[in-house]
Ligand binder design. Structure first.
Ligand code: FAD
Length: 588
């Protein structure tokens, strides 16, 4: 097989009429928002130490990694059921491009271990969450599929470290934390069964204690990273109660201590719309040996820690794919000519660009703020824990949902070429859709936000306290604008509380969660814009959110917004502006 030729480097001349793509760009260097916010959310020493890695991964994501991702997407994994001797040694073949991406992720950057031990990326302690998720964000701008095995290995390690017995830790952790490809054990999570994905309590897999060992019997219907070395899964011990209370958490090794295959089979791989580089399959458990993790009656509670970490990562992945969409759309809009003008000059196209840029910037602020809350929560801050509790499903729900129209919007900017598989837009559209399905559909995340995080934990009120302080700190932003944001937040919280308490309003849960996301992100972007060294234009995105997502508008009599024209001018000009220069636009 011949690999396709390399993309020509980024070239704005558009000499052959076809607009170029982002090939050859450094996705860290061109991302002003990310660079500013990393300075804001990371401690100065950590930023200084880690910036060379952001820069290196940014270059890889716009170069080698992007090329590998393009090839891997076209050569999906293949399942082999038997070997040449007729033995049921099921294994999956991956294209060399996928293996090369694994080397970058697990070898070079050690994504799986960076939160758990010192010694990755020159750090003398585990990386802050802000840095880890920023690196995920850069990686996923090139490759989405492999981030599933990367993240689920990271989160499996978290669960083993936190809940497993000392003996099980000794057995698994040295292998899982290794960066030696020959000895490393990667992790995964098998939960969904035919009887239920959202309805986890319907799980039918049985765990039976035989001769002092746990043996599993049943089927798992969706198993991403199907050939992982160790899977965390939920099963019901014999005699345990029905529903979620009866579920226990187990670690299932692919190989037994004597090297033989464990008693389960990968029955087949799924033929998926997206994430095609990565293998998702179905698993049949025929008395497979597994190790109980933690307390047998707290399986789901423990597993939810992994689910929540994955949800945050999914929000980051959606943010990353949206950024790639924006970058591609901007390159196109600045290069393609139609009717004698570069298309970015047309007001209608600028409006479309704003529509994909705004959710992209919102998700950037939201994931970095959530990650910084995680860092504070890990240091023992209870308020930060509460904020993270609500931000996690909020980010997962809204960013993954926004990713879909943003990907379609970016395709449209490229025109017909955007529909053709040679260009990245088609893959971005295919990959975007899984975000609203795995680790809880939109509805499941939204119910978690409104019914539990708001209704039971009251986490929205802790979030409110923090957001109010941030608004107070943004004193350089016109007071009228900040007052409007305060009012919008108050109304949003009141709405969310009504939905949480009035059963007749359950069908409005998505609307309430959406409003919560918009109010939070608008305040964050306002605060960020007011910090010295940060691009003040982030406040314009906040204003767009306030006007279009949190204020009433008559669709048949829209206001004539000169300020939007001026805002687009500033946002697309690339020219730095001081906050004072945009104060008039915020005030209006
Ligand atoms: C590519 C891919 C990879 C996956 N990988 C894994 C994996 O590695 N491990 C794993 O465990 N799972 C995995 N999944 C499964 C995924 O997590 C489930 O598909 C998902 O949780 C939804 O479950 P379901 O398919 O059973 O749909 P259902 O739960 O049947 O949902 C169907 C619809 O009903 C809605 N719904 C359900 N309950 C409610 C309610 N109370 N109120 C309102 N609406 C509701 C849902 O929102 C959805 O729209 C994967 C899925 C895909 C597509």
């Amino acid at each position: 097989m011949h690999a396709p030729p390399s993309r020509k480097p980024f070239d704005r001349t558009g000499a052959d009429h076809i607009a170029p793509d982002c090939a050859g760009q450094n996705f860290y260097v061109i991302d002003r928002g990310l660079r500013d916010l990393l300075r804001l959310y990371l401690a100065p020493d950590d930023f200084a130490r880690l910036e060379p890695y952001f820069d290196r991964l940014g270059a890889l994501a716009g170069g080698r990694l992007d090329e590998l991702a393009r090839i891997a997407d076209k050569h999906p994994p293949v399942l082999n059921a038997r070997d040449a001797f007729g033995r049921d040694e099921d294994w999956i073949d991956y294209h060399s491009s996928y293996r090369d991406m694994e080397k970058i992720a697990f070898g070079d950057f050690q994504f799986h271990a960076m939160s758990h031990r010192a010694g990755t990326l020159g750090m003398d302690r585990p990386l802050p969450a802000v840095a880890k998720y920023a690196l995920q964000y850069l990686f996923v701008q090139a490759e989405f599929g492999l981030m599933c095995p990367i993240s689920v290995t990271d989160t499996s390690i978290h669960l083993i470290r936190k809940f497993a017995s000392a003996e099980l830790k000794d057995y698994l952790l040295p292998k899982m934390l290794s960066n030696d490809p020959a000895n490393q054990w990667k992790g995964t999570q098998f939960m969904t069964e035919r009887a239920g994905g959202s309805d986890v309590g319907a799980i039918e897999t049985l765990a039976r204690c035989e001769d002092g060992e746990w043996r599993l019997y049943g089927d798992k219907w969706f198993c991403s990273h199907a050939d992982a070395d160790v899977a965390l899964l939920l099963a019901r011990p014999e005699g345990a109660p029905k529903g979620t209370r009866g579920l226990a958490l187990f670690a299932l090794p692919r190989r037994l201590k004597d090297g033989r295959r464990n008693a389960y089979r990968i029955v087949r791989l799924k033929d998926k719309l997206g994430t095609r580089s990565m293998a998702s399959g179905e698993i049949q458990l025929d008395g497979a040996l597994a190790y109980l993790v933690g307390d047998a009656d707290r399986g789901l509670k423990q597993m939810m820690e992994q689910v929540n970490l994955s949800r945050l990562s999914h929000g980051v992945r959606a943010a990353a794919m949206m950024r790639r969409c924006v970058n591609e759309a901007m390159v196109c809009a600045r290069s393609r000519s139609a009717f004698g003008k570069t298309i970015i000059e047309y007001p209608l196209l600028r409006r479309q660009l704003l529509k994909i840029a705004v959710p992209t910037e919102q998700s950037l602020s939201m994931f970095l703020f959530a990650a910084s809350a995680m860092d504070r929560a890990n240091a023992g801050d209870k308020d930060a824990e509460s904020i993270l509790r609500i931000l996690t499903p909020l980010l997962k729900f809204r960013a993954c949902r926004d990713n879909i129209p943003v990907a379609t919007g970016a395709m449209e900017v490229r025109g017909g070429n955007g529909y053709i598989e040679e260009w990245v837009q088609a893959r971005l559209i295919r990959d975007a859709h899984v975000g609203v399905l795995w680790e809880g559909t939109s509805n499941i995340n939204v119910l978690d936000i409104v019914m539990r995080a708001v209704g039971k934990s009251r986490a929205h009120r802790t979030l409110q306290g923090t957001l109010m302080k941030l608004l107070d700190q943004a004193a350089s932003v016109p007071a009228t604008f900040r007052d409007r944001l305060r009012l919008a937040l108050d109304r949003t919280l009141a709405f969310a509380e009504r939905v949480a308490t009035e059963p007749a309003l359950e069908a409005r849960a998505r609307q309430a969660a959406g409003a919560l996301y918009h109010a939070t992100s608008a305040i964050l972007m306002t605060w960020e814009a007011a910090q010295s060294g940060t691009d003040a234009r982030r406040a314009l995105y906040a204003k767009l959110v306030l006007e279009h997502r949190l204020s009433a508008q008559d669709p048949l009599d829209p206001p004539i917004c000169d300020w939007e024209h001026d805002a687009a001018e500033m946002l697309f000009s690339g020219r730095e502006v001081a906050l004072a220069e945009i104060a008039g636009l915020l005030d209006g």
